[in-house]
Design a protein around this ligand. Structure first.
Ligand SMILES: Nc1ncnc2c1ncn2[C@@H]1O[C@H](COP(=O)(O)OP(=O)(O)O)[C@@H](O)[C@H]1O
Ligand SMILES: [Mg+2]
Length: 428
């Protein structure tokens, strides 16, 4: 009996084993199929978003077509369209209408920014940069004298930055930049490029702040394509996770994750002083105040020497233009009165329109962006004082009675506090 049982048990065992094996096989087959399916889907999504986002070739063709027809001209045109010495490198765009590529121009590392036209809807943000008009390179028209062009530029700037004593200086700065081949005169194709560029906040800011050190230098342009200095380290901090992961990471953990892989504290202090200096430069500068409406770390980067640079200036707008746009904005609640990412005003319910005064000045939002960055790893003896000052800074309100005085007091205190800590280190 026992002898007969053994082969039966063995057969049952082997039967079970085979069933298990086929289950395992089915499982592996299913898993392989799932991996292939998900993998190809991810590749497809990546590819289609790449082809939608990265259309540098199209941008170059549009610009070079206009250049060859003699419509536009500029310091980068011949390198881009004839000599082929300005190359498009890696695509960095995150929006299809704003093409951003690394570029090499001779032995200079730059970043090429080029506008594409197919924006289907205009957000309030885009209204301050009315691209349609500029794109056609219609203005200035043939027969416009240099004097007339100067007037055009001057009244355009007056509308953007308001009545400023130094407006004439800004106009001549722009005319100097517009003279791409440096022959001492601005030709019609050069003027058309300059006019198109002038509509772009980032370019206006680069010209306004060209003698300061926190915006990348404008290296050249052709039409409304322009090349700026490349900033080696971007963003200011933070890791970019693949979006499926992004959805699952809790906000608190995300904030602490963002502070991993940042430079040592004295270096962070130096970079932060750079941001405070930039805020100082755009607050009541010689050409009026500008509002920085995207204080996210992605808007900034820094150099090898830990000097801060603004890498995305498209949402840095003259306060005058901001106030005007906000007053026109209809609203039902405060939530409707936001420009860019973080420039908020309040809703005047009686009028159904937004008010013009920005709720938090640049400085308060900059301190918000720097809080975790500066507090993590801060020397123990400094931490409390630093935290106190950062919170005082973040509490600054645009409508406060003595805002300007408080603004400069807080700014100076913070800068002094940080400088004192690093002035004796090699990083300063
Ligand atoms: N001057 C620059 N140097 C280095 N990287 C840059 C520079 N300008 C832009 N970038 C990179 O390209 C990305 C996209 O550029 P950006 O101007 O922010 O356009 P968008 O906001 O449409 O993505 C930035 O997040 C930054 O990483
Ligand atoms: Mg950006």
């Amino acid at each position: 009996m026992a002898r007969g049982l053994f082969p039966r048990a063995w057969m049952t065992k082997s039967y079970h084993f085979q069933v298990r094996l086929s289950h395992v096989r089915v499982k592996y087959l299913f898993l392989t199929w799932l991996t292939v399916f998900v993998g190809s889907w991810v590749i497809y999504v990546q590819y289609s978003s790449y082809t939608e986002l990265c259309r540098g070739r199209e941008c170059q063709n549009n610009i070079c077509d206009k250049y060859r027809k003699g419509v536009i001209d500029g310091s980068a045109c011949s390198s881009l369209c004839e000599k082929g010495s300005l190359y498009f490198g890696r695509c960095l765009s995150s929006k299809p209408n704003n093409q951003v590529y690394t570029g090499s121009w001779g032995d200079v590392d730059g970043v090429i920014k080029c506008q594409l036209d197919d924006v289907l809807h205009y957000e309030l943000g885009e209204e301050l940069e009315p691209r349609k008009e500029a794109a056609l390179f219609e203005k200035p028209t043939r027969g416009t004298s240099v004097e007339k062009f100067k007037e055009m530029v001057s009244s355009h700037l007056k509308a953007k930055v308001g009545e400023q004593a130094s407006l004439a200086g800004l106009v001549s700065l722009i005319l100097t930049v517009a003279d791409g081949n440096k022959d001492g005169r601005v030709s019609l194709p050069e003027a058309k490029s300059a006019w198109a560029l002038l509509q772009l906040n980032e370019v206006l800011l680069a010209v306004v702040l060209q003698d300061r050190e926190h915006t990348p230098k404008l290296l050249g342009f052709c039409g409304d394509l322009y090349v700026v200095e490349r900033v080696p380290y971007t963003p200011l901090y933070g890791l970019s996770l693949p979006w499926p992961l992004e959805l699952w990471v809790p906000a608190g953990f995300r904030r602490s994750l963002d502070q991993w892989f940042t430079p040592s504290w004295p270096r962070k202090a130096k970079i932060s002083i750079g941001l405070l200096e930039l805020v100082e430069d755009v607050f009541h500068g010689p050409f009026g105040s500008f509002l920085m409406c995207d204080m996210r770390p992605g808007s900034f980067g820094y150099t090898e020497r830990h000097d801060l640079r603004l890498v995305d200036g498209r949402l840095v707008v003259p306060e005058e233009a901001f106030r005007r746009a906000m007053r026109l904005q209809r609203c039902q609640e405060d939530h409707d009165c936001v420009y860019g990412v973080d420039c908020r005003t309040t809703c005047d319910h009686a009028e159904g329109r937004c008010t013009a005064q920005v709720s938090q000045p640049n400085l308060a939002r900059a301190c918000g962006a720097l809080k975790d960055y500066l507090l993590r790893g801060a020397p123990a003896h400094l931490r409390d004082e630093l935290e106190k000052q950062l919170y005082a800074c973040m509490a600054l309100r645009g409508s406060a009675e003595h805002m300007e005085m408080e603004h400069s007091l807080i700014l100076n205190n913070l800068k002094t506090l940080l400088w004192k800590q690093i002035s004796h280190t090699k990083d300063s």
